[in-house]
Design a protein around this ligand. Structure first.
Ligand code: T3D
Length: 267
């Protein structure tokens, strides 16, 4: 039997998904897309899972689209029709981003090495991005005549502002993880040898927190980007009304008053 393209690990309430095509730097084929989407669906449907960690097997996080995949590799024979890359984005990368951004639990990217093209934006669309100090982020798209996809045009200016976003995306230079953290593109870097433990600790911490509040925080911050202040305040009231009626709020306040650790269960 062939190796799974996504390795699935469980530690308590944390589900770790490792992209597993190390010889091709975990670049995406349609098969990898299918396995990753199925693994994310399974994590979303499993009430025991309270945080997902996404990482890569081997020395890379993900080198984006597998450029040797016949689905996208240009056919150079005379008169050959161009590959419909728009279809690939609509059918594979778009749904992947939407799946991650709508997960019912927080998603941590543990970026263990180079994250290029769609691989960089796959990491950036996670809620918290933790990277090994030797990792790097490359918006490789313009080098092959494409625009940033996998949410890159939406994410980059929101994360680092339009000036930096354009510099990073147009030049396609390798951005070391420490510089990515310094400019606010990612959450944190840690020593390479400490990445797995740091990701596990961060994910364990998130898993013990009120999932619904974390997910609503993600959704509210996304939505507020296109709202005026009045609308954002109204949305905060709506969410607070909803969360204030949930068990986690009661538990959080009771635990605070009893000076004990809360046990959150809503998802
Ligand atoms: O096309 C569409 O469908 C639209 C969607 C696009 C989404 C995208 O992601 S477009 C961007 C695609 N990705 C890239 O352009 C990145 C290409 N890779 C690189 O620039 C470099 O490999 C890296 C900077 C990521 C790493 O460099 P380095 O020197 O550490 O490794 P390497 O020697 O270049 O690569 C190691 C192996 O991985 C090598 O194979 P080999 O020679 O050992 O058999 C290399 O060919 C393979 N590899 C790396 N990236 C890809 C890849 N194979 C297929 N596709 C890749 N993207």
């Amino acid at each position: 039997m062939s190796e799974p393209l996504v390795l699935v690990g469980n530690a308590g309430a944390v589900r770790t998904l490792s992209l597993n095509r190390p010889a091709a730097l975990n670049s995406f084929t349609s098969e990898l897309h299918a396995e990753l989407l199925a693994a994310l669906e399974a994590a979303a449907a499993d009430a025991e899972v309270r945080c997902v960690v996404l990482t890569g097997a081997g020395r890379a996080f993900c080198a984006g689209q597998d450029l040797a995949d016949p689905m996208v590799a240009p056919d150079t024979s005379p008169g050959a029709a161009p590959k419909d890359l728009g279809h690939v984005i609509e059918k594979l990368y778009g749904p992947l981003v939407q799946r991650i951004r709508s997960m019912p639990v927080p998603v941590v990217a543990a970026v263990n090495g180079v994250a290029a093209g769609a691989g960089a934006n796959l990491a950036l669309c996670c809620d918290l991005v933790l990277a090994a100090r030797s990792a790097s982020f490359i918006q490789a798209f313009t080098k092959i005549g494409l625009v940033p996809d996998t949410g890159g045009t939406w994410l980059l200016p929101r994360l680092v502002g339009p000036a930096r976003a354009l510099g990073i995306a147009m030049l396609g230079d390798k951005l070391p993880a420490e510089e990515a953290a310094r400019i606010g593109l990612i959450w944190q870097t840690v020593d390479d040898a400490a990445l797995a433990d740091a990701a596990a600790a961060l994910a364990g911490r998130l898993a013990a927190m009120p999932s619904r509040a974390l997910v609503a925080t993600r959704a509210a911050m996304n939505a507020a980007q296109t709202m005026d202040l009045d609308t954002a305040l109204a949305e905060e009231a709506r969410l607070q009304r909803e969360l204030g009626a949930a068990n986690d709020y009661r538990e959080g306040v009771e635990a605070f008053r009893a000076k004990r650790a809360p046990v959150f269960k809503d998802r």
